[in-house]
Ligand binder design. Structure first.
Ligand code: ZN
Length: 328
């Protein structure tokens, strides 16, 4: 069994939003303008951006969902978390989940400094059936002890099966860099120790710190040791290990198994765009590292699939199915 706890759903809306950001278009738009923009201008903006990146344009959310499905099938991946990777793109991922509810779990990026973050989180979780609220404190420059963050966590706490994902440590968004978009991140705000405090306030909510803390490995381990509801995801090529002299992925897994245990490690790849698709090399490197770290078959089973199914069991995504269909 193989489940991927960390994939990005780079939808048309995602690329269109980046295009607008690059043009500096942050105008307040009426709902009608928004709808027109979504249906008419958005796809053209996304197309242009993808041509520039030499990536495949995603098409409609359903088209992209089907592409992801085939991609998972071709690699023998049973299920995956798909992250709406720009605030405001919840409906795209909800559409993907509604199309293949037994294969996808919907996560979404939430900016707590945006208008009405709690209402937005409630809508995503209760109306759209999404199951992971993703916070990027360094990007959105909202400290984790901000009251708005606490209120968002309370939304997760009010719906069993909803996790809070908090990106900590080093953060670089490749697509933003490629497009020349500024990324004025305050890395000090992505501190796993602040996640420990938040996690302690909502012990029934699973928290996920991706990439083993992305450079703040020691702090991520301390946080997870302090709060039993903190999980670490193993995703990406984990390039952060170069910040610690001599550190290897094998040593990372060995240490994480020793401190956190196999039941709180979630395999992920951080796959995102097409045609590159699902990142098998990332999987293979982790599989080898986990074996070299001495993990048995039972532990590997938990890390590569069992924990994900336990946290995000297959449910009838009725709410997601009822969600309004997004534009293209
Ligand atoms: Zn990611």
């Amino acid at each position: 069994m193989l489940n991927d706890a960390h994939c990005h759903f780079f939808s048309t809306e995602f690329f269109a939003t980046l295009a607008r950001q690059r043009r500096g278009l942050t105008l307040v738009r009426s709902p009608l303008q928004e709808e027109m923009d979504r249906e008419l201008i958005g796809p053209a903006l996304a197309q242009k951006i993808c041509e520039e990146l030499k990536w495949d344009a995603p098409g409609s959310a359903y088209t992209l969902a089907d592409r992801w499905l085939h991609e998972l099938d071709s690699h023998g991946v049973a299920r995956a978390a798909l992250i709406a990777s720009i605030p405001g793109d919840e409906t795209s991922v909800a559409a993907a989940v509604s199309r293949h509810p037994d294969r996808f779990v919907g996560f979404f990026m939430l900016d707590p400094s945006s208008p009405e973050p709690v209402a937005r989180a409630r809508r995503a979780v209760f109306d759209l059936g999404l199951r992971g609220i993703c916070l990027f404190p360094a990007m959105h420059q909202v400290p984790l002890d901000d009251e708005r963050v606490q209120e968002v966590v309370e939304v997760a706490a009010s719906r069993p099966g909803v996790a809070v994902f908090v990106h900590c440590g080093v953060l670089s968004v490749g697509v933003r860099r490629k497009l020349g978009l500024p990324s004025r991140f305050d890395l000090r705000l992505g501190d796993p120790l602040a996640v420990a405090r938040l996690a302690a306030s909502a012990p029934q909510v699973p928290f996920i710190i991706p990439h083993f803390g992305a450079g703040l490995f020691r702090e991520a381990l301390m946080a997870a040791d302090a709060a039993p509801n903190i999980h670490l995801d193993t995703s990406s090529s984990n390039g952060w290990i170069r910040y610690t002299p001599g550190l290897t992925l094998e040593a990372v897994f060995k240490t994480a198994l020793g401190v956190v245990g196999a039941s709180r490690l979630l395999f992920g790849t951080d796959s995102s765009f097409f045609p590159r698709g699902w990142q098998r090399p990332v999987h293979d490197a982790q599989k080898n590292a986990l074996a070299a770290a001495g993990a048995g078959a039972g532990d590997a089973e938990l890390v590569f699939g069992g924990n994900f199914d336990r946290l995000f069991p297959v449910v009838e995504a009725k709410a997601a199915a009822d969600a309004p269909a997004p534009g293209t």
